[in-house]
Design a binder for this molecule. Sequence first.
Ligand code: FES
Ligand code: FES
Length: 192
Amino acid sequence: MNGPAACAAVPVAGAEIALTAPAGTNTLPASLNLFPPAMNYTLNVNGRTQTVEAEPDTPMLWVLRDHLNYTGVKYGCGVDVCGACTVHVDGESMRSCQIPISEAAGKKFVTIEGLSANGDHPLQKAWCDHDVAQCGYCQAGQIMTAAALLRRTPKPTDADIDKSMSDNLCRCGTYTRIRAAIHTAAAEMAAK
Ligand code: FES
Ligand code: FES
């Protein structure tokens, strides 16, 4: 076809505005490319170096779950509100739904699967002792946030715990047991 290849007529308040692709072009400029190509990224997760092919804006939440099968990382909201996706990045608790894979290189990620060798971190044992979990969906994120808290503050007060844990939501309302379990784990770690 000669002339503009694509042209749509959009009625606006009685007039028509023609949307016309520039002559000789049929692709979007790079700045408008919504689907940048997948690339290979080398990641350090739970002490293992692994390569993942993904689009650069892929959240680490989906990389960890879907590419690497660390399904302890949960999707709750995807918008930095619930904390279900919490992992450790270079020792700090962070929301994996907010970290694109393009920013993950060179950082050390730890998921609940890598928190301890046999599920025997003092927090994991205390969680069992106190029967913290109800449905369980939020609990991996809760434990990862608590583990980062105990690394920063080995003997947290109730106020320290409430401040650190308040952004991790639990629809089952297990907050009282979470607080008790953190105190128990802190006491065990202090006794070692
Ligand atoms: S899924 Fe990341 S904060 Fe909710
Ligand atoms: S235990 Fe069910 S959401 Fe927290």
